[in-house]
Design a protein around this ligand. Sequence first.
Ligand code: WT7
Length: 656
Amino acid sequence: MSSQIDHLLNEDRRFAPDGAFAADAVGTAELYEKASQDRVAFWGEQARELLHWHTPFTEVLDWTNPPFATWFGDGELNVAYNCLDRHVEAGNGDRVALLWEGEQGDERRVTYAELTDEVKRLANVLEGLGIGQGDRVAIYLPMIPEAIAAMLAVARIGAIHSVVFGGFSADGLRSRIDDAGAKLVITADGGYRKGKVSPLKPAVDMALADRNGSGVQESVEHVLVVRRGGNEVEWNDERDVWWHDVVPAASANHTAQPFPSENPLFILYTSGTTGKPKGILHTSGGYLTQATFTNRNVHDIHPETDIFWCTADIGWITGHTYVTYGPLANGATQVLYEGTPDTPHPGRWWEIVEKYGVTILYTAPTAIRSFMKIGRAIPAKFDLSSLRLLGSVGEPINPEAWMWYREIIGATTTPIVDTWWQTETGAIMISALPGVTETKPGSAQVPLPGISVDVVDENGAPVGDGNGGLLVITEPWPSMLRGIWGDPERYKETYWDKFAEQGYYFAGDGARLDEDGDVWLLGRVDDVMNVSGHRLSTTEIESALVGNEAVAEAAVVGASDETTGQAVAAFVIIKQSYLAAHSPDGLAQSLRAWVGEQIGPIARPRDVYIVEELPKTRSGKIMRRLLRDVAEGREVGDTTTLADTAVMSVISAQVR
Ligand code: WT7
C-alpha cells in the first residue's frame, strides 16, 4: 500500500469545472452553503422538493436510539408512484424511460406510460399470488425491462425485494432465499451472456429442490417466469407461472397506496468479513430522497435532454440506486443493456453510446482498465461526442485510468466524477459536483452537501489534513442502511462498535486527507476483497474451498491485479489421499471450478496455490498479509509473529 500512497501523493493534476458545463449544472455551490447551515433541515427540504409525499412528514430525523435511525418518520409515500405515475400525471408519459438493448442487438423502447402500465398489471398479479406489505420477493433476472418492472411492482405494494445477481449459483440463490424467507421468486428461463443463452430457471429449480429433511421450511410458494432465452425449462405446474400468461391479462388499474417512510424497500446481500453474506436492509423515504438527490446533482441529470447510462447490473447496489430508483424518480431517459461489454465485438459499449447518443456514462474502474488494455483504436471508431459527463464507482480509480477515461472517452474536456459509497450507504456519499469542484485524478474528494465524513486513527481521533487513517461517517444520512436482515446485533457490531464512543459509522476503508482536506480512498482495511468492483469475502471463499472433499485447509487473499483491481488468490492444503491420486494442476483447476459453482463465477480464484502449510500466528490466526506478499510477487514482510518462522520460505518456494 505504501508505494500506492507515494504515487498518489505525487498526483498534482487539477481540472477546473468547464465553464459552459458549470453554467448549466444542476448542482451548485449553494447546496453546500444550505447544508452547512442546517444539515437536517437541508435533507427535509430535499425530500419535500424531490419526492411526492402522500402524507407530509413533520419530523426529518429521529436519532434518539442510535444506531437505529428514522428519517421522515411520520411521512407516507409510495416509491413506485414517485418513479412512475407522477411523471405520467405531469404529462410526461410519452417520454422514454428505458432504451433497452439486448445482447443480440434486439431493442425495446419503453415509455413512462408503458412502464407504469406494466408495473400496475404486475402489482395486481403479485397481489393475486398472495404477496402483500412486508413479504419478501426474490428477483433473479437478466438485465431486461421486466427486471425493473419487477422491482417497482414489489415496491408499489409495500413488499420487499431481494435482487440476486444472475451470476450467483443455485447455492448462493438458495441461501439468500432462505435468509429472507422469500415467498415468491421472479426469474426468467435464461438471458443472453457472451453470445449464448445463460439459463436461470434451472438454478431456481435447483435452489428449491431436495429440501426434504434439510430442516428448512420452504418459504417459496410461487415462481414467476419471464420468457427471454427461449431455452427449455422444467415446469412445476403447482408452483410455476409464466409471466406472459398472467401479466398482459391482468388489469392495468392499480392505485398506489401510501406506505410509511420507514417501510422496508429492499434487502441486498453483500459480503462481509465472515462467511455468511449480510442482508443489508434499506427503507423507503430516506433511500429514495438520497438516490434522487445524488443522481440529479452528481450525475447532473436534465431529464428532458439527457440519455443516462449506468452500466451496473441490477443485482448490485449501483444498479438499484442508479438504474432503477434514481433515474426513474428523476424522470430521466436511460439505456439498459443486457449483455457483456465485448459481445459480439470489443467496441460494443461505444457502439451503444453512439447509437443512443448517451450523454452521461457511469461505470467502474475495472471496465475502464480493461478498455485501456485493448487500446484507444476501438473507442476511436465510434462517435462519442454526445458524452458530457463521466462517472466512476466501485473501487479506487488510479490516476492513469482516470486520465485515459477523460482523454480517450471524454475527448479531454468531459468532467469526471469519482463517487465513493457502499451497499450500506445506499447512495453516493463522497464525490465532486461536476459544475463546482476542481477535480483531482484519483481522489473521490469531498463529502456531498448534507454528508459528514472524517478520517480518524484507531482511537477515533481525527488525523487531520495530510494524514491517513480510517474513513468514518460522523452523522446519520437519509439512505443509510437500517440494519442487517434478522440480525440487529451484527449491524451494531460490524459498523458501530468500533467507534461507539464517538458514534461514528465505520466504513471499513482506509483513506487519506490531502492538504486541501480532500479524501483519497486506499482500499479495504478488513478481509473484504474488491474484484472488478464487486465485494467478496475471503472467509466466504475459504469456506467454499474447505467444503471440497480434497481440501484440508485454505486461505484466501486479494492480490492486486492490473485489470480487476484485486484478484482472488487461494492457498490450499490438499489432503494426503488426494495429493497422491491427482496432479496439482488438475486439483487447482477443479478447485477454481468448484468455487465458481459454489458461489458464482465472479468468486473463482485467479490462482490456486497448493501448499503444505499456511503461515499462522501463535494464536492460530492466518497471516494473510504474508500470503498477499507471495501472491503479488513481493519479498515477504515481517514474519516474527509466526509460530514457525520458516514456513514462509517453504511456501514461497512451492509457489514459484
Ligand atoms: C466498497 C463498497 C458503491 C457501489 C459499488 C460497490 C469500494 C466503492 C469507491 C470509490 C474507492 C470505492 C470501497 C467500499 N469503493 N466506490 N469511488 N473509490 N473505493 O459497493 O460492493 O458495497 O463495495 O467499494 O472499498 O467500501 P460495495
